[in-house]
Design a protein around this ligand. Structure first.
Ligand SMILES: [Zn+2]
Ligand SMILES: [Zn+2]
Length: 435
C-alpha cells in the first residue's frame, strides 16, 4: 500500500488542506493566473499554473462542505464553528458587527409544533409516562406515539412542510406587534427600529421540526444604531407572544379535511444577557451561540433516527434500519407526495426530512456576518498557508484567472484515507469553547 502512495509528503500536504474532510469532491482540470497590464489591458505572463494531473492525488480535492455530522464530521464541525461565529457576532459584536449590539434588547426563543397525538415522555414531575413506565433518557421509545394507529401522521408531515411558511408569517406579525406596542404604524417603525433574527431548525424526537431563534431589537439602521428608549426586552417578549398566537397558515384540503397550521402552545422566550453580567440562572450569549451552533449540524437522522439522504424509491425504505415511527413519517410523506395539489411541497424529495424542506439556519440581513463571508476569510487564510491553492476563482484588477474544472468523483482512495487519518487535524482559524 505504501508504494502506491508514491510521493507521500506531497500527498500528505494536499490531504492536510482538506482539514479532515473525508468525502472531498475530486476535480479534473486546470487553473492559470495571468498578469494583466493595467495600462494596455493586455494579458501578460503566467503567474501561476495548476494542472490536476500534476497533483499528488491526481485530482484537485475540494472540501465537501456537508453540514451533517453523520455525512462528514470535519465539514460539519467547520459549519458548527462558522454558525457559532455568526451567532456570536450578532450577540457580542465582531466580524463587522459593532460591539454595541450587546446592549440591545435580545431574547432566545423556542417555537414548537402542536401535538399530533400523545407520545412517550418523561414528565418533569417524576411521575411515570402515560404508558405506566419510567423511561430513561436513552430510551428509544421516547417521543414515539403511544398509539401509532391514531397518531396524526398526515398533520405531522404537513406541519413540517409548512413550518417555513409559518415562520415567515410570524416574522411579519412580529414587526406589526412591535409597531403596535410602540404606538407606530408599520411604515413608521422602520424609521425608529429594526427587528433582526437568526434561527435554526431542530427535530424533536417525535419528528416535528421546531425553531430556536435569537431575536434582537436595533435602531433604524440595524446593529450600528441604538434602539429607541421604548425598545425593551419586555416589549419584545410581549410582541413575540402575540405574534406567535396570531401566526397561522392555511394548508391543503385532504379528502374532507382542511388543514391549518399554527405553532404549539409551548413557547419559551428568555432574555439573553452578556457573559459579563452572568448571574447564575441567566442565559448568556455564549451559551446561546453554542446551543444554536450545535443544532445547526443535526438533521432529522440525529434525533428522530431517520435517513440522512433522499429516497429514490419507496422500496428502499424496507432495506434501512430506522424506527417504526420514522418509517411511518417517511411513508406518509411519500404517499402525500403523489398528490398533484401538493406538488409544490415536494414531499417525495423531502420525505427523508419528514417533509421539512426549509433551511436549517437562516438570519435576517442585518443580524451579523454571513457564512459566505466566513468561508471566504477561511479560504484566503488557507491559500496563504498551503500549496497548491484551493479552487476559488479569484479575479482582481491585475490578474486574470482562467480555469476549467470537471467533476471527477467524490471521496478518497483507501490509501489516501489511510494517510489522511494519520494526519493531525488542520488548525482552525477560530478558537471557541466546544460544548
Ligand atoms: Zn467534508
Ligand atoms: Zn411511555
Amino acid at each position: 500500500m505504501l508504494a502506491s502512495l508514491g510521493t507521500m509528503p506531497e500527498l500528505a500536504r494536499q490531504l492536510s488542506g482538506l482539514g479532515g474532510c473525508t468525502r472531498p469532491i475530486r476535480l479534473d482540470g486546470h487553473r492559470t493566473e495571468h498578469e494583466i497590464n493595467t495600462t494596455t489591458g493586455e494579458i501578460g505572463r503566467i503567474l501561476n499554473h495548476l494542472d490536476s494531473t500534476t497533483l499528488p492525488a491526481g485530482h484537485l480535492l475540494v472540501r465537501c462542505n456537508n453540514r451533517r455530522a453523520t455525512r462528514c464530521p470535519a465539514c460539519a464541525e467547520t459549519y458548527r464553528r462558522d454558525t457559532y461565529q455568526l451567532i456570536t457576532a450578532g450577540l457580542r459584536g465582531g466580524k463587522g458587527t459593532p460591539d454595541q449590539v450587546a446592549t440591545h434588547p435580545r431574547v432566545f426563543a423556542t417555537f414548537t409544533a402542536p401535538s399530533f397525538g400523545p407520545v412517550h415522555n418523561r414528565p418533569t414531575s417524576g411521575r411515570p409516562c402515560r404508558c405506566g413506565h419510567h423511561h430513561d433518557e436513552q430510551d428509544p421509545t421516547l417521543g414515539t406515539p403511544l398509539t401509532p394507529d391514531t397518531y396524526d401522521y398526515e398533520a405531522a408531515v404537513l406541519w413540517n412542510a409548512h413550518a417555513g411558511a409559518l415562520w415567515r408569517r410570524f416574522t411579519i406579525y412580529l414587526r406589526r406587534e412591535v409597531a403596535k406596542r410602540a404606538g407606530l404604524t408599520q411604515r413608521k417603525l422602520q424609521q425608529h427600529a429594526r427587528v433582526s433574527f437568526a434561527k435554526v431548525a431542530e427535530y424533536q424526537k417525535r419528528g416535528a421540526v421546531h425553531f430556536h431563534a435569537v431575536i434582537r431589537l436595533d435602531g433604524p439602521d440595524g446593529g450600528d444604531t441604538a434602539p429607541p428608549p421604548w425598545a425593551t426586552v419586555e416589549l419584545l417578549t410581549d410582541a413575540i407572544q402575540a405574534a406567535v398566537t396570531a401566526a397561522r397558515v392555511d394548508g391543503p384540503q385532504i379528502d374532507d379535511r382542511t388543514h391549518a397550521f399554527t405553532f404549539g402552545r409551548q413557547l419559551d422566550v428568555r432574555p439573553i444577557r452578556s457573559a459579563a453580567f452572568d448571574h447564575d440562572q441567566e442565559l448568556t450569549d455564549r451559551a446561546v451561540a453554542a446551543y444554536i451552533a450545535k443544532y445547526a449540524t443535526k438533521g432529522a437522522e440525529t434525533t428522530t433516527g431517520t435517513l440522512d439522504r433522499p429516497l429514490r424509491f419507496l422500496a428502499e425504505l424496507a432495506q434501512v434500519s430506522i424506527s417504526d415511527h420514522a418509517r411511518r413519517m417517511i411513508r406518509t410523506a411519500w404517499t402525500l407526495g403523489a398528490r398533484r395539489d401538493l406538488a409544490g411541497l415536494r414531499l417525495r424529495a423531502w420525505a427523508h426530512m419528514l417533509g421539512f424542506r426549509g433551511h436549517f439556519s437562516t438570519k435576517s440581513r442585518r443580524y451579523s456576518t454571513t457564512l459566505g463571508a466566513l468561508r471566504t476569510a477561511r479560504a484566503d487564510w488557507r491559500r496563504a498557508q498551503t500549496a497548491p491553492p484551493v479552487a476559488v476563482p479569484q479575479d482582481t484588477e491585475t490578474t486574470l484567472v482562467l480555469s476549467h474544472w470537471v467533476f471527477a468523483g467524490t471521496g478518497l482512495s483507501t490509501a489516501e484515507a489511510w494517510l489522511a487519518a494519520s494526519l493531525e487535524p488542520a488548525p482552525g482559524t477560530e478558537g471557541e469553547p466546544t460544548r
